[in-house]
Design a protein. Structure first.
Length: 305
């Protein structure tokens, strides 16, 4: 496969998209085009070409993808299923590599993959496999980075360490893989620099394996003098059962979707949240030490009030 030179990114104004865009620009390797919605008021650096498209129209997106070797989608979760339009357009525009907006859990894992919270993403995987089978010049890579690390701490999501009562899932000792947004950007660049080695497969990257208890211990260390109360325990098996009950009653709630997510991230090892293999070396990712993690906490440093 020829080297990838022209790269389009869709969803570049999002939390992840901004960092992936920066990494693409910083690599100095690609001509970068941002494809954004007409309704988007986001602005981008002068070094990138900006095209506007109607993301619900194959014709409009095909025109925007014209001349691109690769498309990276970092589109928000509400728009994930709509990526079928992007896939169809990429095929029509002779794009060679498509990276969908995955960027999370290992959906190749037999326990995590079928969880309903990943239904839209796995539907796009099927569309990509079908497209690649029909047109072998069209290829894809599925980036698995585990939990967003810096984002997950900033949002109080991986551990609500900014509150005084931490929520611990399954005792908080299960390890999960986590990656900062900048490292994910680096991984995307690595995939595009190694199209042959990353063709039509899941690609794994992580900065660190960590547990909620480890996060809590670091939060305590960087916030001496602050008091955390007794943690609130959650059982991810019970959360999963009750989420399926909601769905069986036709209640597709955000709470149910979060419950599936907590099962996938904080649940037992068979859900594959801790990656046992990675492509870090291929992608040029060196990973993080516990000292780096502590420094990350300090840079965020909003312990309990
Ligand atoms: N692993 C984790 O812990 C974790 C955490 C959060 C998110 N994620 C994943 O990372 C990916 C990106 O998420 P994000 O939170 O960075 O995305 P986001 O900020 O919610 O949205 C990214 C961009 O998508 C574009 N977009 C196009 N159509 C849209 C629509 N109908 N509704 C909303 N946005 C639309 C917008 O860009 P324009 O305005 O430029 O068109 C928007 O800025 C998703 O796949 C998400 O599931 C993973």
């Amino acid at each position: 496969m020829d080297a990838i030179k022209n790269v389009a990114i869709v969803g570049a104004s999002g939390d992840l998209g901004r960092r992936v865009l920066n990494a693409l620009i910083k690599s100095g390797t690609f001509n970068v085009t941002v494809v954004k919605r007409a309704s988007s008021s986001a602005s981008f650096p002068d070094s990138v070409v900006v095209r506007t498209a109607d993301l619900s129209s194959v014709e409009s997106v095909t025109a925007a993808f014209e001349g691109q070797d690769a498309v990276v989608s970092t589109i928000g979760i509400e728009a994930v299923l709509g990526q079928s339009v992007l896939v169809e357009a990429a095929v029509a525009a002779n794009v060679k590599r498509f990276l969908p907006s995955d960027f999370g859990c290992d959906m190749d894992n037999p326990k995590a993959g079928p969880l309903p919270v990943f239904g839209y993403k796995t539907a796009i995987h099927k569309a990509l496999r079908d497209a690649a089978a029909a047109k072998p010049d069209f290829t894809y890579s599925l980036v698995c980075n585990g939990a967003f690390l810096d984002w997950g701490l900033e949002k109080n999501f991986l551990l609500n360490w900014m509150d005084s009562k931490p929520k611990l899932y399954d005792g908080g000792n299960n390890l999960f893989s986590a990656t900062t947004l900048d490292t994910i950007g680096q991984a995307v660049v690595g995939v595009l620099k190694h199209p042959k080695e990353t063709k039509n497969r899941f690609v794994y990257v992580k900065d660190i394996d960590v547990s909620q208890i480890q996060l809590l211990n670091i939060a305590k260390k960087v916030n001496p003098g602050k008091t955390y109360e007794e943690p609130i325990p959650f059982d991810t098996a019970a959360l999963e059962t009750s989420a399926y009950e909601s769905l069986s009653k036709g209640q597709v709630t955000q709470e149910a979707m979060y419950s599936f997510l907590f099962r996938a991230i904080f649940g037992p090892p068979e859900y594959g949240a801790r990656f046992t293999k990675t492509d870090n070396e291929l992608l040029g990712v060196k990973g993080m030490t516990e000292a780096d993690l502590e420094a990350l906490f300090k840079s965020l440093n909003h312990g309990p009030k």
